[in-house]
Design a binder for this molecule. Structure first.
Ligand SMILES: [Fe+2]
Ligand SMILES: [Fe+2]
Length: 170
């Protein structure tokens, strides 16, 4: 893990770490319970994980994605390769419905347990989400955030941090 100069980028970096950790736990759950073998959603550990997964995924594709799209991709495109920001934005479009749907299935399962069909869907979407989202975050961590850290003007970065903290506190 590295340290970024600008607080706003460090905040996004920390959120990536939280999401990656959740995705790792999701992968574990998928590995432990095959598509035809739903885990008990009322098991306290499974139940807590489902709630956390739903909350983190909704935040990731909500506030986090929106902030990147609205504020960071345009700044990056102005001084660096716009193709990179366009590619990251396209990935958001694919990941967003997946994450929203999995959050929905997780919440329903939390309340009512997994039906065989719900678990099969969760398993399928979960595997795709892990693959796409981990790859997406890796790209942002390796290229995008470090480059932005060089590009951003300190005053602009301060203002962005303020904007995001207002968004986050709702
Ligand atoms: Fe992103
Ligand atoms: Fe991100």
């Amino acid at each position: 893990m590295f340290q970024l100069r600008h607080k706003i980028l460090q905040v996004l970096h920390d959120q990536h770490a939280t999401t990656l950790q959740l995705l790792e736990r999701l992968e574990d759950l998928l590995r432990r319970s095959r598509p035809d073998n739903p885990p008990p959603a009322d098991d306290p550990q499974v139940a807590a994980f489902l709630s956390e997964l739903a909350a983190v995924m909704e935040h990731e594709v909500g506030n986090h994605f929106a902030f990147e799209e609205e504020h960071l991709f345009p700044r990056f495109s102005r001084v660096s390769d716009p193709g990179i920001a366009a590619m990251l934005g396209d990935e958001h479009e694919v990941i967003r419905p997946l994450a929203r749907r999995i959050a929905e299935v997780a919440r329903t399962a939390r309340a009512e347990g997994f039906t065989p069909a719900a678990w099969e869907e969760f398993h399928r979407l979960g595997a795709e989400l892990v693959e796409r989202e981990v790859f997406h975050i890796q790209k942002e961590e390796m290229g995008f955030l470090p480059a932005l850290d060089q590009i951003l003007d300190p005053e602009d970065a301060e203002a962005l941090a303020e904007t995001y903290s207002n968004v986050e506190s709702g």
